[in-house]
Design a binder for this molecule. Structure first.
Ligand SMILES: [Zn+2]
Length: 152
């Protein structure tokens, strides 16, 4: 697959660099494999790393390391188990269409960060959660904010 040019370009967006589509995609289209270095360390953290389950992460290379977050994204990351000829299984990360995407449109994913890593979100989507955080961890943020506002 890696002999194909990625169907995207990197350019300035409202929040630093972003990834923009060069083609039309529809829901469930497989857009591209996200390549990079797989790091087998449960505690690994970086600005761009993408989770591959409990114990490993992918440090993506360009262009997809520049994907921005949206609470209502038009793309999603999907982990695919691929069986190699020698019978071993390898996890690959793929970008899949979540909605229709027009040429020139910015592509976004839901970072779904854990509550302890959350930062305020300004994605501007109608369903913005106000934090870049996994949907199921919103309650944990509210609890933390509530605790820190209590008198000691
Ligand atoms: Zn948002």
């Amino acid at each position: 697959m890696d002999c194909f040019e990625p169907p995207v370009r990197v350019g300035p967006s409202e929040y630093g660099l972003g990834v923009f589509s060069l083609k039309s995609f529809t829901t469930d289209d497989w857009i591209s494999q996200i390549e990079g270095e797989i790091i087998h360390d449960a505690n690994y953290e970086s600005d761009y790393c993408m989770s591959l389950g409990e114990s490993s992460a992918l440090e993506p290379t360009a262009p997809y390391r520049f994907l921005n977050h949206s609470c209502q994204p038009n793309c999603s990351l999907v982990e695919v188990e691929v069986e190699y000829d020698d019978g071993t299984f390898v996890s690959e990360l793929w970008l899949q269409g979540e909605k229709d995407i027009a040429p020139g449109e910015q592509m976004t994913i839901d970072y779904a960060w854990p509550a302890e890593s959350a930062i305020p979100c300004r994605c501007g989507s109608a369903g913005c959660r106000n934090w870049i955080v996994a949907y199921e961890e919103i309650g944990l943020i509210e609890a933390d904010k509530f605790r820190s506002s209590l008198p000691l």
